[in-house]
Design a protein around this ligand. Structure first.
Ligand SMILES: Nc1ncnc2c1ncn2[C@@H]1O[C@H](COP(=O)(O)OP(=O)(O)OP(=O)(O)O)[C@@H](O)[C@H]1O
Length: 624
């Protein structure tokens, strides 16, 4: 790694620490680095002052040198207290700014790019999260470089102190000092390598530690009797992690004599010569003291020099960040893009849309032509894997079609500001997120960019049928939906689904005009699903509503039904039209009704399809 090429960029990162903090920190680090040399010089002066006071019998002769020595000691105290605080402040600001920049890129880029292995690896390296096994981040590297530069000044000063009295001594001291430094550097790098591999074992161990404490995995561990197996596995990881570290300690203890031998070999002959000169009266005692202390200062400065692995780690972050920038090139700025329009339900058209996930072999959507009319209630049905969820991710602009285009009110979605378009959408994905926050916060995230509005929260809860749940919660809206928090609780699957739905309906209250629901009733019973569909039907007109569902008895009441199959729309129309056509939809519907008639659940009026989407044969797909 060529440090000189990346050093300026690493140092530039420090600007985020702020002008004053950076200036103060640089001054403190410089003072710290100069202290050993200053101490040696002050010690020489003090000896000279004491000698003069003894010689002239004037105690006042020592005052000046005593003040200088006191100033050095005071500076050491001040820097020792100020350096950690300033370092902490600078670290927080530099890493904070860096993380914000990476986060901004990752949240604004296309998911297709974000999900590639190259992008994931670059983001991981750029964030260098310690909990993921990284030993140092951007600020560690940048501060290490700054400290190294300061220590060069300290080294030159220490060499000057000894060179001033004995001209040949700097070279004699510098050689063993550099050798000791190299040995230490190698030892630290080896320790980091061992520590890194031990961390990987620790991370693996942590997976099982957390699994044991988690309610979900905890169930499996108990039901399948995995406890002994898990403990054995954890022991294995712990043994591997510790073995590397113990081997390292063992090696270090056995080779501890090397630096000591180098110090002795370098310093002893020189010190003996200087002492002999001093005894012979060729070198003053004060100069000899300064030389001895100065020589030791050279060793001190070089030993204190921060390990190069930190700088290497910082450079790795710089390079990874550059890669993140290259891969996640943001879409053109919003201002240059078309606005998404507001207020009215959008008219969306999929035109010959083809799409395949990055790295996947199969084309999921293969020429989809689909219209979502303003304010209509549209149902999308199809077998498992037909591409219904994929359709939604394209509608949200999370992925771009490989071919074809999506038009929103006649404008290509690719030319519309993604943020503004998503403000018009409220989506509940099949795998909705269960945030470990309070109920109100969970719902408010439907428009996290706005100040939460309690009236809108309550209206959305009434619409989704969540109100009765709110009343039963110990702290109502302020109940944390996380049993491990004080006063927190866990919701059932169906209750969580209503929370996700309320989140979307809240977004509707706050200005969204297209509601998209992917299996919104997967966790609800048949009666609750019917009631939900009635409420969704009330939203139409005010907003467009797109519902994906496998339960055909429910979606039959949609304005239009679209059937996806083979990567394209194979049928569309009202329930009545599609039944009359006696095609794929009619066969799926008949199969579900047949299951119901066979007594597999639901009311017996032929309206209810009892089918859950979890099994291929039981779902719409199985009815083909
Ligand atoms: N992130 C992804 N990367 C690669 N392939 C994916 C990804 N997500 C989905 N797929 C594949 O795309 C196809 C369509 O998936 P999609 O989730 O859109 O189907 P679906 O109709 O919603 O299915 P279901 O009814 O089971 O929810 C599937 O074959 C699936 O394996």
């Amino acid at each position: 790694m060529r440090l000189h090429r990346h050093a300026p960029q690493l140092l530039r990162a420090l600007r985020a620490a702020g002008g004053w903090t950076l200036t103060a920190l640089t001054a403190v680090l410089l003072a710290e680095a100069l202290l050993p040399a200053a101490h040696a010089a002050a010690l020489g002066l003090l000896v000279e002052g004491v000698q003069e006071a003894a010689h002239t019998r004037r105690p006042g002769a020592v005052t000046g040198s005593l003040l200088v020595f006191g100033a050095v000691v005071l500076t050491a105290e001040i820097t020792a207290s100020a350096a950690p605080a300033l370092t902490l402040l600078a670290t927080g600001r530099v890493d904070g700014a860096h993380r914000r920049a990476v986060l901004a890129l990752t949240t604004s880029c296309d998911l297709a790019v974000l999900n590639t292995p190259a992008a994931r690896a670059a983001i991981r390296d750029a964030l260098a999260d310690r909990s993921k096994g990284y030993d140092c981040g951007l600020s560690d590297g940048a501060l290490a470089l700054l400290r190294s530069l300061a220590s060069v000044a300290g080294l030159l000063a220490a060499l000057a102190v000894i060179g001033l009295h004995v001209w040949w001594l700097p070279a004699v001291v510098l050689l063993p000092a550099c050798a000791v430094r190299m040995l230490r550097s190698r030892r630290d790098s080896a320790l980091m390598d061992d520590w890194r591999s031990a961390t990987q074992e620790e991370l693996a161990l942590d997976v099982w530690r957390r699994a044991n404490l988690s309610a979900v995995e905890g169930q499996d561990i108990r039901v399948f009797g995995l406890a002994d197996w898990m403990v054995a596995r954890m022991r294995g990881h712990l043994r591997d992690a510790n073995k590397r570290l113990w081997d390292h300690v063992d090696r270090q203890i056995r080779s501890a004599w090397r630096p000591a031998a180098l110090v002795a070999a370098g310093l002893l002959p020189a010190f003996v010569t200087v002492s002999a000169d001093a005894a012979a009266g060729h070198t003053p005692a004060a100069a000899a003291v300064a030389v001895f202390a100065g020589s030791w200062a050279v060793f001190q400065v070089l030993s204190a020099q921060t390990n190069s692995y930190l700088i290497a780690g910082g450079v790795r972050v710089v390079l990874a960040t550059r890669e993140v920038h290259r891969l996640l090139t943001p879409t053109p700025a919003g201002a240059e893009r078309a606005d998404a329009g507001r207020g009215q339900p959008p008219h969306v058209v999929f035109e010959q849309v083809r799409f395949r996930y990055p790295g996947a072999g199969r084309t999921v959507l293969d020429g989809v032509d689909l219209e979502i009319r303003p304010g209509e209630l549209l149902a999308v049905v199809g077998a498992n894997g037909a591409g219904k969820t994929t359709l939604i991710t394209l509608l949200c602009g999370l992925y771009q079609p490989a071919q074809g285009r999506l038009l929103v009110d006649g404008v290509d979605l690719a030319a519309i500001d993604a943020r503004k378009w998503r403000e018009r959408l409220c989506v509940v994905f099949q795998d909705f997120v269960r945030y470990p926050l309070t109920l109100a916060e969970n719902i408010g995230l439907g428009r996290g960019d706005m100040v939460p509005e309690p009236t809108a929260l309550r209206r959305a809860a009434v619409r989704s049928g969540l109100s009765t749940t709110v009343e039963k919660l110990p702290h109502g809206w302020d109940t944390p939906l996380n049993p491990s928090r004080t006063g927190g609780t866990e919701l059932s699957g169906g209750q969580w689904q209503r929370v996700a739905l309320t989140r979307a309906l809240y977004a509707l209250e706050r200005g969204a005009t297209l509601l998209v629901l992917d299996e919104p009733a997967a966790h609800l019973d048949v009666a609750a699903e019917h009631a939900l569909f009635d409420r969704l039907a009330e939203c139409r007109g005010e907003a467009g509503v797109v519902v994906i569902s496998h339960r055909l008895s429910t979606v039959r009441r949609a304005d239009r039904i679209v059937v996806l199959g083979g990567g394209r729309v194979v049928e569309e129309g009202t329930h009545r039209d599609l039944i009359a056509r006696a095609g794929r939809y009619a066969r799926m519907f008949a199969a579900q009704a047949e299951r119901f008639r066979a007594g597999e659940g639901g009311p017996a009026d032929g309206r209810e399809g009892p089918v859950r989407h979890t099994s291929g044969s039981g779902g719409a797909g199985g009815a083909r």
